[in-house]
Design a protein around this ligand. Structure first.
Ligand code: FES
Ligand code: MG
Length: 571
């Protein structure tokens, strides 16, 4: 069979008569000769470029490199925009729109004459949103990440996004002036790229590489390094080969690939947001995965990578030390090596030649950087469907802790009272923040690592147990219990906690208990009223259909996929 017949795009461009004329004619206004439409794999470059997503602002240039690779391999590149999500500017939180972007991506791919897709991903949510959408169509797909920023330098010290929290608290207690903050922020974000620590963006870049969705080294090459463009060009070449081999996402995204990603995430001390995004991706592609799987698969994996926020170094150091291939080699006894990747070759080939050039950055299983696990899933009456904590970024003595709750009903309540000298809190208290979950905020913002009361900071307290139904930035740290499900706004037990209640956190036993009797909880539940919901637009759709965090916080109607077939024409 000729390639023309096999290609999906031929259902548009190889047509005769009126329909073919329409599909080709308007493309020709871009100055394209007729032979562009003859049997070439049409490759969509799904671009999240936006000047409002600074982490992805270099993506038009990156797309040019991808195009060179596609052309070189005999494909026909077509770049298209989708809604972009920037962590730093979007209110109330970029997470509110992850599912919307996934719908944009899914429908854009399916509706158009594409044979394969390159996903250009960078800032946190752009990666899961694009992968989720692409999974629901299941064409041959490769991911190219934008790469991390160069390490910041401020007053002789290396800095990165995790210092946002340190600088913020130093400023609150008067240890850093506003003028100093201005200087620090310029020093921190001094190059193109996404956050330079093992925050969510880098975690997502590692996730897609560990899943086999990228060429090796994708995770760590700095955005400003010319080798990032080389990787983009080679990915462009690769996607054309993938179309010719009809190698689809579902052939790469199998259960063992997810297991690899979970184990790699544990070894890199990845962001807690990984849990939500991987769960959502699994449910799109039809792989069964539970929070318990995440816990079990992470349990015997120590922290091998010494990167902020759990350690000391930065993504740039990680790249120079050998990057994700060297990490996967160190972890190879725990990984599936014989599963396919986008290259068609077994996963093992991505790491077999890797060398670790700096054991201070990438350690070994025999001599890890820190004992694990770096991620734990909690259960108990306060989180019947689960909650997560990142022990790697927490304080060891607080991982088993019993204390009295200091409750904030919502974020406004928190902001109004946290620095009130009369707040009944000491260092043993547990700060509880409600109504910051998927439905409640809405959109599940990164406020779970809420700042400590000023009075306690001034006394030298650096960490307290904090519990919420929200998320935490992947750059954040502290003894922070996140993603409590069901969330308060959905009537979870979290909604019933009152100031003064005792809570017991026991991470080694994976428990989180509210020490209030069943009778008392039932009485409180009878008095509880659900908060009002939004009544129009996307946010209404979101609140009505978003699943809880333990399910990936995707819309219930977006699970699974609809494939790539569209039979009807537009005219
Ligand atoms: Fe974009 Fe951190 S703000 S990756
Ligand atoms: Mg973030």
């Amino acid at each position: 069979m000729s390639e023309t017949k096999q290609l999906r795009s031929a259902q548009w461009f190889a047509r005769t008569g009126k329909d073919g004329l329409i599909y080709r004619a308007w493309m020709k206004n871009q100055g394209l000769p007729a032979h562009e439409f003859e049997g070439k794999p049409v490759i969509g470059i799904c671009n999240t470029w936006s000047e409002l997503t600074p982490c992805n602002a270099h993506f038009r240039e990156l797309a040019e490199s991808v195009k060179r690779g596609i052309l070189e391999a005999g494909g026909f590149p077509v770049e298209f925009p989708v809604m972009s999500l920037g962590e730093t500017l979007m209110k109330p939180t970029a997470m509110l729109y992850r599912n919307l972007v996934s719908m944009d991506v899914e429908e854009s791919i399916r509706a158009n004459p594409l044979d394969g897709v390159v996903l250009l991903c960078g800032c946190d949510k752009t990666t899961p949103a694009l992968v989720m959408g692409a999974c629901s169509v299941d064409l041959p797909t490769i991911v190219v990440s934008g790469g991390p920023m160069l390490t910041g330098r401020f007053r002789g010290r290396s800095i990165g996004t995790s210092d946002v929290w340190r600088f913020g608290e130093a400023n609150r207690i008067g240890a850093m002036s506003q003028q100093e903050l201005y200087q620090a922020e310029a020093a921190m974000c001094r190059s193109r790229g996404h956050c330079a620590v093992m925050g969510t963006a880098s975690t997502m870049a590692c996730m897609v590489e560990a899943l086999g969705l990228t060429l090796p080294e994708n995770a760590a090459i700095p955005a400003a390094d010319s080798r990032r463009k080389v990787l983009a060009q080679l990915s462009g070449t690769q996607i054309v080969e993938m179309v010719r081999a009809d190698r689809r996402l579902s052939q790469v995204l199998t259960r063992p690939a997810f297991e690899n990603a979970i184990r790699v995430n544990a070894a890199i001390g990845g962001s807690t947001n990984f849990v939500i995004h991987l769960m959502a991706i699994a449910r799109r592609i039809g792989v069964s995965l539970s929070l318990e799987d995440m816990d079990h698969l992470s349990a015997d994996i120590p922290l091998l990578v010494n990167l902020q926020p759990a350690g000391a170094f930065f993504m740039e150091d990680f790249y120079y030390a050998g990057g994700l291939p060297a990490l996967m080699k160190a972890l190879e006894d725990k990984l599936h090596g014989d599963i396919p990747t986008v290259s068609g070759k077994p996963m093992r080939e991505n790491w077999s030649d890797a060398v670790c050039y700096d054991p201070n950055v990438i350690a070994t299983l025999e001599k890890p950087f820190k004992e694990g696990p770096s991620l734990a899933v909690l259960k108990g009456n306060l989180c019947e469907q689960g909650a997560v904590i990142k022990p790697a970024a927490a304080s060891l003595p607080l991982l088993q802790h019993r204390g009295q709750a200091v409750v904030f009903e919502d974020i406004e309540d928190y902001k109004a009272r946290i620095d009130d000298p009369a707040l009944p809190a000491d260092e043993n208290s547990i700060l509880v923040l409600k109504n910051v979950g998927p439905k409640g905020y809405p959109g599940m913002p990164e406020v779970g690592n809420m700042g400590l009361p000023k009075r306690l900071l001034e006394q030298g307290v650096t960490d307290m147990v904090r519990i919420s139904d929200g998320r935490m930035s992947g750059t954040g740290f502290g003894t922070v219990v996140l993603h409590v499900s069901p969330e308060a706004a959905a009537g979870g037990t979290l909604a019933l906690v009152q100031t003064g209640d005792y809570i017991r956190l026991d991470v080694p036993a994976r428990r989180l208990e509210l020490e209030v009797s069943e009778e008392e909880l039932a009485a409180r539940r009878a008095r509880w009223q659900a908060p009002p919901m939004v009544t129009r637009g996307y946010v209404q759709l979101y609140q009505q259909h978003v699943s809880q965090a333990d399910q990936g916080a995707d819309m219930d109607f977006l699970q699974g996929g609809s494939g790539d077939r569209v039979t009807r024409d537009s005219h």
